[in-house]
Design a binder for this molecule. Structure first.
Ligand SMILES: [Zn+2]
Ligand SMILES: [Zn+2]
Length: 210
């Protein structure tokens, strides 16, 4: 497995390009806005885009989902159905920050549920439903290589905000404790914002998990 990250939107959201080295099949995870660096990396690495994957419906993660699905003629998978209300108001979300969305409202090709899997060549992403930051937030877990794309659930030293419509701070902590911590100390976590971390580091030092 290989990956590259590209900060997108004024929130420096980590859009990820992840691929299977054997098959060159790749996914774009959380394209909040268009990134020329991402598009160049796809060409330079000879990648075949298979899908756009979304952790949740916030604009900084989903704003260019439709743009890239159309450009590469691939499906959009995720988030969970509970985030439908957010994808329905993508342009409004962007406008609230004084920005123009690169998209109209859209629906993904398929919503994802707890226990679903997404196969990418030799990689298998397991889907966990982790509500709290948004009700339909999901994370993508690749157990063989021990990498998890966690969106805005867990950050290095922090957790996702819960002051948004339909956020729930109790749900968020339950999601982290019941779904993410059991992935084990060595699991690497790629958050939607900021640096990478591991479950071990967060278990030991994250003040929100005390
Ligand atoms: Zn978010
Ligand atoms: Zn975010």
């Amino acid at each position: 497995m290989s990956y590259l990250q590209f900060p997108v939107t004024p929130f420096e959201q980590n859009c990820s390009l992840v691929w299977c080295e054997q098959t060159r099949k790749a996914v774009i995870i959380d394209p909040g806005s268009r990134s020329l660096a991402l598009e160049n990396a796809i060409i330079e690495n000879n990648l075949i885009i298979a899908a756009v994957l979304l952790t949740h419906g916030h604009w900084d993660h989903a704003g260019a989902g439709k743009l890239y699905a159309d450009k590469y003629q691939v499906p959009i998978n995720g988030p969970h159905f509970e985030d439908k209300f957010l994808l329905e108001c993508l342009p409004d979300q962007a406008a609230r920050f004084g920005l123009s969305a690169e998209t109209e409202a859209y629906e993904p090709t398929s919503w994802l549920n707890e226990g679903d899997v997404f196969i990418l060549g030799e990689l298998t992403f397991e889907i966990l439903h982790c509500p709290g930051h948004t009700p339909g937030h999901i994370v993508f877990v690749e157990k063989n290589t021990q990498h998890t794309w966690a969106g805005d659930v867990l950050f290095r030293g922090s957790v996702g905000r819960t002051d948004f419509p339909r956020s729930n701070s109790q749900d968020l902590i339950q999601s982290i404790k019941n779904k993410l911590l059991p992935l084990g100390q060595d699991m690497r976590i790629f958050p939607g914002h900021g640096p990478m971390t591991t479950i071990g580091i967060e278990e030991k030092s994250n003040p929100f998990l005390k």
